[in-house]
Design a protein around this ligand. Structure first.
Ligand code: PLP
Length: 469
């Protein structure tokens, strides 16, 4: 491809992208293809000679698009959203075009300094402590691993980095039984080990019980174990339960334990002044992550990770081989703020989105999504065929169809059938969780270009399909 055809195809594909956004709600939200059907359509060896770009795009439209689940469809209400938006997509086009590796200041000063300022902006709009330092990580999973590795190094005096675990075989990490699976992975990768991850029981609303946490910490200390990290969650994945940060933070202070807060999804409501109660005590944390790539209209990947002590982070991760040595001083070299060396220019999309929307528009949208969650909650509680299965804290509703005459086991089968039928309709995509052996349907409105009528139509469809079961 030469520059002229790049220009021609660039224009055509931008038209395709605008049409896609325009028409995505007419596509089946969840891809209906059968396993293996896409693989079968792709040649098992690459072409020896250049292919016409027209053919490549035709295959993209005919083979790939039918095998895509449309996360940007207003009918997507499964899992948690992974929003994008027009300005974010445009920023990604520029990021890909410039194709910079933003690992040290010198390899793109603007990328480093814009990232530094975007983290300052996020701190301000999310009401975070001004003395914290922020860095963009690829995902919340990586950010939590970074937090655990930092805690591991803090409490081994950086000895594990230098000498391996050796005498440090007594570290313990705590989280609730509702935390995200990324914590299970992180304890394995960090070498602390799954058996040293203590899952603390939760209250009726699935939030961690601080008294049970303290009891576990004390028991471990009595048994010569060393508590190094507690992970609290703002908005658990199953039900968006909110762990009570303040009492947890005070326990961490009392026993000198690293507190990491995972606000991957729900952390985004920090932009709303009226939601600040969820964050009471957050300022006492050692590290915090939330994902603009979930609910702040910035497309994947973009996780905002904040730390109280940046030197601690840098001491854990810095590596300075000859080929990366630089004269630039008093600047950030983000390669030392996490695991990867190569880094994408992710701050650009944050900048475009925050400027293009403006804080008030972002607040308005998130507020609206929460209102739709409330509206759904009312529909569920007012309908005697349905029941709300968990406390709604923000926009996620967890419910099941319960016409009253079935056992729990039968209800599980019925609700799985309801969800599968809804998803097969192509109009709506929902996902599920389990609460105390009950199959529970999760519905989280919040896609960027969704409107209230999409939520009303979704609820109507749920009722219609439940009537056919
Ligand atoms: C509470 C929580 N933590 C972590 C994650 C993982 O996020 P990521 O995909 O950015 O690693 C999720 C994903 O939904 C989540 O809900």
């Amino acid at each position: 491809m030469d520059n002229n055809s790049f220009r021609k195809w660039g224009h055509e594909l931008v038209d395709w992208m605008a049409d896609y956004f325009d028409q995505v709600e007419n596509l089946p939200v969840k891809s209906p293809v059968k396993p293996g059907s896409i693989f079968k359509q792709i040649p098992d060896t690459p072409p020896k000679q250049s292919e016409d770009f027209e053919n490549i795009i035709e295959d993209f439209k005919n083979i790939i698009i039918p095998g895509m689940t449309h996360w940007q469809s207003p009918g997507f209400m499964a899992y948690f959203t992974a929003n994008n938006s027009y300005p974010s997509v445009l920023a990604e086009m520029l990021t890909a075009t410039i194709g910079a590796q933003c690992m040290i200041w010198d390899t793109s000063p603007a990328a480093t300094e814009l990232e530094e300022m975007m983290m300052e902006w996020l701190k301000k709009i999310m009401h975070l402590p001004s003395e914290w330092h922020g860095v963009i990580q690829d995902t919340a999973s990586t950010a939590t691993l970074v937090a655990i590795l930092s805690a591991r190094e803090k409490y081994s005096d950086f000895n594990i980095n230098n000498n391996g675990f050796k005498t440090y075989d007594n570290f313990r990490i705590y989280c609730s039984s509702e935390t995200h699976s990324s914590i299970d992975k992180a304890v394995r990768i960090s070498g602390v080990g799954s058996t040293n991850l203590v899952k603390i029981p939760t209250d009726a609303h699935l939030a961690i019980l601080p008294d049970a946490l303290e009891a576990s910490i004390l028991e471990d200390i009595q048994n010569n174990q060393k508590p190094i990290c507690v992970i609290a969650t703002i908005g658990t994945t199953g039900t968006t339960a909110m762990d009570p940060l303040e009492p947890i933070a005070l326990l961490c202070k009392k026993y000198d334990i690293w507190l990491h807060v995972d606000g991957a999804y729900a952390g985004n409501v920090g932009i709303l002044p009226e939601c600040q109660d969820f964050f009471k005590g957050l300022h006492l944390a050692d590290s915090y992550v939330f994902n603009p790539h979930k609910w702040l209209f910035v497309n994947f990947d973009c996780s905002a990770y904040f730390v109280k002590d940046k030197m601690h982070l840098i001491k854990t991760f810095n590596a300075n081989p000859e080929y990366l040595k630089t004269n630039a001083e008093n600047v950030h070299h983000y390669k030392d703020w996490g695991i990867q060396l190569g880094r994408r220019f992710r701050a650009l999309k944050l900048w475009f989105v925050m400027r293009s929307f403006g804080v008030e528009k972002m607040q308005e949208k998130i507020r609206e999504h929460i209102e739709w969650g409330k509206w759904l909650e009312i529909q569920i509680t007012q309908n005697d065929q349905f029941e709300l299965m968990a406390k709604r804290s923000i926009n996620l509703v967890c419910f099941r169809y319960n016409p009253g005459k079935y056992s729990n086991l039968e209800l599980n089968i019925l609700n799985k059938k309801l969800m599968d039928t809804i998803n097969a309709s192509g109009q709506l995509y929902l996902s599920h969780t389990k609460i105390k052996e009950a199959f529970v349907i999760r519905m989280a409105p919040g896609q960027t270009y969704q409107e209230k009528h999409h939520i009303e139509a979704a609820w109507k469809l749920i009722i219609e399909i439940s009537n056919t079961l």
